[in-house]
Design a protein around this ligand. Structure first.
Ligand code: ATP
Ligand code: MG
Length: 288
């Protein structure tokens, strides 16, 4: 794993998710697609970055309602509505930095399709006839208050712990692509710490060659150095397309797990202003 950051007071789980490989595969294919576009001089990834920024601005002040909507939809999808107590809980914990907002529900756990949908933009997997949400963009409203959303979920309704999709999004992860990608562009070997990147690239043996050819073509047309160009383009790759397995967790997540919630979203807050927004009086909601 390239890096791992912690919420204050967090501890490392001793229960690694069996779905880690699926999460890494999703991100691996997006990174390969980004590198492929770099080699061809195509910049579709910039559109997603720009749309994500637009949602962040246009959904100003909406994050709480968007989170409650998503939780409500999950509760409505619960396989056994009787087992679900229809709980949605939001709590603001001053656990370091500016605090963390936790949002949990005891409806349906994150399915593969939910995981894919939240890691893409505008690709809702919900049926508009039975769900409140259906555009696949509301989740991005959380970026107004947090840059590093993290999710823990049970694999099945009866799972005794968060053993399902557990992942996070983090701009630092996106930046960590820079060093190994530059090494490849410059024909240098990857270090042992960059092995994770070698695995991603290794899935497509033609990619290194394509990158070299593309970088040479670009250099012939531009005054910008390869390193400046790569840094700039990585800046346009949305971190919210790149989920990464999440094993660090705080005591609050442990508590929500023990109390039977199906999934938890943790939002480490960006600023004191975000903490004020997060402490609006929506502390506890019970549906039905
Ligand atoms: N609490 C949750 N439990 C399970 N899946 C979730 C949860 N929150 C989000 N998701 C998944 O993430 C996807 C993206 O959420 P997002 O809010 O962006 O879109 P949406 O709810 O489908 O549509 P809308 O933009 O109208 O809100 C959802 O379609 C769902 O698959
Ligand atoms: Mg939604």
């Amino acid at each position: 794993m390239p890096y791992e950051t912690s919420l204050d007071g967090s501890r490392k789980s001793t229960r690694p998710s069996t779905l880690e490989a699926v999460i890494r595969a999703e991100t691996g294919s997006k990174i390969r697609s980004f590198l492929y576009q770099l080699s061809e001089g195509v910049t579709d990834y910039r559109s997603i970055h720009s749309l994500t920024e637009q949602v962040r601005h246009q959904y100003h002040g909406r994050f709480a309602i968007e989170l409650i909507q998503n939780a409500y939809d999950a509760v409505s999808r619960a396989a056994d509505r009787k087992a679900s107590q229809c709980r949605i809980e939001m709590q603001l914990e001053m656990d370091g930095g500016f605090g963390t907002l936790y949002v949990a529900n005891d409806g349906a756990q994150f399915s593969h399709s939910n995981f894919e949908s939240v890691s893409r933009l505008g690709q809702s997997d919900k049926d508009p006839a039975t769900s409140v949400g259906n555009k696949g963009i509301g989740f991005r409203s959380v970026l107004e208050i947090s840059q590093k959303p993290r999710i823990w979920s049970r694999r099945q309704e009866a799972s005794p712990e968060f053993d399902g999709y557990c992942f996070g999004f983090d701009p630092e992860f996106t930046k960590s692509i820079y060093d190994p990608a530059l090494a490849i562009l410059e024909g240098r070997p990857l270090s042992i710490e960059q092995e994770w990147f070698a695995e991603i690239i290794g899935e497509d043996p033609s990619l290194c060659e394509r990158l070299h050819t593309g970088a040479k073509r670009r250099q012939a047309q531009s005054a910008n150095s390869t390193s400046d160009w790569l840094r700039e383009e990585i800046g346009y790759l949305s971190p919210y397309l790149l989920p990464w397995p999440q094993s660090l967790r705080s005591p609050v997540v442990d508590d929500l797990e023990t109390r039977g919630f199906a999934s938890v979203l943790a939002l480490p807050l960006l600023s004191p202003a975000a903490a004020t927004l997060g402490s609006r009086p929506i502390d506890f909601v019970r549906l039905a």
